[in-house]
Write a protein that binds this ligand. Structure first.
Ligand SMILES: [Zn+2]
Length: 238
């Protein structure tokens, strides 16, 4: 093969390789997402400071809720959804870091935030399910770090921006969203130097929603909404 032809083949191959990466040209390259599936098989009630230098302590990790209909533990549903999200994001060329990939582990909320910090992630998605005494309550809830907390003031804007994209994306996927709420007492927020959103995917205290939350297709729908929102968010970055 002469030099000229091989050069063309080389260029064509390069175009094909670039073409398989679906992250838009305007978006940030090597966008890294940390996925934190909430809780673990056994909670750890030992205390840890709720933020760097804080005297206030909370359990390293709580045990989470369980389904009123399915009896499934929340930690298991959170991990199932997380593994789907990992697959969807990797298929689109994102770099994914997981805080855990199995249920029999002991990793505190501060340690989970450190995983994202160390990876210099661009966004952390914390997956949880809700529970409340009222069995009629349903829908998703989005939680972001507080804008007025010294720990999280610097990550508030980006976290809230992503939460707004996620709210819209969930609406577009036909999922009800109860709202975006700020919290200043979340260890996993206060230790995070990475923008972060808690996605409470639905209420396990609601008979129908609990069953949906354990359904693979519904989990995939929710995680598609998360993925679409990350794409929209990423396109606003350099
Ligand atoms: Zn939870």
């Amino acid at each position: 093969m002469n030099l000229r032809v091989s050069k063309w083949i080389y260029m064509l191959a390069a175009i094909l390789v670039i073409g398989t990466n679906s992250i838009p040209a305007s978006a940030k390259e090597n966008f890294t997402v940390c996925i934190d599936p909430g809780h673990q098989a056994k909670g750890d009630p030992r205390g840890e400071p709720i933020g760097p230098g804080s005297a206030q302590k909370k359990a390293r990790v709580s045990s989470g809720t369980s389904g009123v209909a399915t009896k499934n533990p929340e930690y298991k549903v959170n991990l199932e959804a997380a593994m789907i999200l990992k697959e969807l994001l990797q298929a689109k060329g994102y770099i994914v870091v997981m805080t855990r990939e199995n249920n029999d582990i002991n990793i505190s909320n501060a340690e989970r935030a450190e995983v994202a910090n160390k990876a210099k992630a661009d966004m952390t998605i914390r997956l949880h399910c809700d529970s409340i005494g009222n069995g009629g309550k349903s829908g998703a809830v989005l939680i972001v770090p507080s804008k007025s907390s010294k720990h999280t003031a610097s990550i508030y804007a980006a976290s809230f921006k992503y939460a707004e994209f996620l709210k819209k994306s969930l609406h577009d996927h036909g999922v009800k969203v109860n709202g975006i709420f700020e919290r200043n007492d979340m260890t996993g927020f206060n230790w995070s130097r990475v923008p972060v959103v808690i996605f409470e995917m639905g209420f396990m205290s609601n008979w129908n929603e609990d069953r949906m939350l354990s359904d693979k297709n519904y989990q995939r729908k929710l995680m598609s909404a998360v993925t679409d929102a990350l794409e929209a968010y990423n396109q606003t970055l350099e």
